[in-house]
Structures are given as C-alpha cells and as structure tokens.
Design a protein. Structure first.
Length: 118
C-alpha cells in the first residue's frame, strides 16, 4: 500500500530527510558536499525557499526549510537532484539514481516542535 502524500503548508517549516538508495553513500569527497550545497543554494533562490539549517552526511541529508509556496518544496529537491545526480554519476562512473525515497517528517507547527525535533 503506497504511503499517503504529506501535506505541506506555505510558510511553515518542514524537516526533510533523504537517504542514499539502500543507505549507500551519496557524498564521497569534500568537493561533492560543496557541489550539493551550491546547487541547494541555487534552488533555494530560484524557488523562494528559506533554508534554516542543513546537514550533509555521507549517506543522507537533513534540511530544515520554509517555502512561501508549498509546491516549491518538491521543485527545490528536484532542481538540486537533477544537478547533483549526473555530477556524481559522471565523476564516479556510475549510473541511475543515487537517492532513496524522501522522508518528510510531520510539519513543524511551532517553536516547541522545532526544538523537540533536534
């Protein structure tokens, strides 16, 4: 049974977690982290996303963000991934997707929820 889509609200912070496929590594060298962060910044500007915090780990990422338009969260992730995946595949002679399913934990509705999620 497929998972129900999450409801994203405009101007409400959301915590996104994305893991490598099969929990495999998605970052291998410092240059990879820098490239992803740069494309993430580019996407945030393009889609009016405020990035409050992010962590890039070897096999997954955490991003805390707020979007003016909730539809832009998916566009932000797609924009970043469409640049990063070909970069990694070309650099390391790979093919296909490197990411597993995106996990969006429940929407953070207030400061207490935000501080409790850490």
């Amino acid at each position: 049974m497929p998972r129900r889509p999450r409801t994203l609200l405009p101007n409400v912070p959301v915590h996104i977690v994305q893991r490598g496929a099969s929990r495999d590594a998605v970052f291998f060298e410092d240059e990879d982290y820098k490239a992803y962060a740069g494309w993430m910044k580019e996407a945030a500007q393009a889609y009016d996303i405020a990035i409050h915090a992010f962590v890039l780990m070897s096999n997954h990422i955490h991003i805390l963000l707020t979007a003016q338009n909730s539809e832009n969260v998916g566009k932000f992730m797609q924009h970043t991934g469409r640049r990063y995946v070909p970069f990694i595949n070309h650099k390391y002679g790979r093919s296909g997707s490197i990411w597993g399913q995106i996990n969006r934990p429940p929407t953070l509705k207030n400061d207490l929820a935000l501080s409790s999620s850490n």
